[in-house]
Design a binder for this molecule. Structure first.
Ligand SMILES: [Zn+2]
Length: 217
């Protein structure tokens, strides 16, 4: 197994990290011998393999380069840059400003996502008989969505970038929270009725975890 060793002054023990670009990084005290490091890596082989494959399975963040394709909220756009201040689209061509790019794109995506997720939530709520008090779009970085005590469903606009089928899964996940607030047996019974393959979709969604902070730098 390939790994990179960094010997650090003041470090007392060996730790192993998987970097976001799928490298194995071993941090060790200054005078640790090579064999001790090797042994540490071998003893953690299963953990390393598991976490390495997790990172490798992650879907790469979209590119914002001129000419690249960018999917959000049901439409795949071609990226072009212009000298104006705002992000906008004409048909399937997305015009992005060179300055303040992330902020302007975020604003545009939020608006498009709202137009996409509100009818989608309504569609599934009516089909399965759920009621909610409001649908809102926020900027949460640590989760895709939540359902409040008074049944407002708040989605993170990051969902705009994930495939439609996964958005449907998140919508159904939240709609079930209008009936059951926790993730107990009754909750999953309800979810299973409308999304029988929810376990597969939940796994699939994990591959997009990096998207939760896309445009936030
Ligand atoms: Zn939940």
């Amino acid at each position: 197994m390939q790994y990179q060793t960094i010997r650090q002054k003041g470090r007392k023990n060996i730790t192993i990290q998987i970097t976001s670009d799928a490298r194995v990084l071993v941090k060790a005290p200054p005078y640790t011998d090579e064999q001790a490091i090797k042994n540490a890596v071998i003893s953690k082989a299963d953990w390393i393999a598991k976490n390495l494959s997790k990172v490798k399975n992650r879907v790469k963040l979209p590119s914002l380069e001129e000419g690249s394709s960018l999917y959000f909220a049901g439409v795949t756009y071609t990226v072009r840059y212009h000298n104006g201040k705002k992000a906008y689209a004409i048909g399937e061509v997305l015009y992005l400003p060179k300055n303040n790019l992330n902020k302007q794109l975020e604003k545009f995506v939020k608006q498009k996502f709202e137009e996409y997720i509100k009818p989608l939530t309504n569609q599934y709520a009516s089909a399965y008989g759920f009621t909610y008090t409001a649908v809102k779009v926020g900027s949460a970085r640590s989760r895709w969505a939540c359902c409040t005590g008074d049944n407002q469903i708040i989605y993170s606009y990051s969902m705009a970038f994930i495939p439609h089928v996964l958005c449907v899964y998140v919508v159904c996940h939240e709609l079930c929270h209008t009936v059951h607030k926790n993730h107990g047996k009754l909750y999953y019974g309800e979810l299973c009725k409308i999304v029988p393959n929810y376990k597969t979709l939940r796994q699939e969604l994990k591959k997009y975890s990096g998207f939760c902070t896309f445009l936030r730098q």
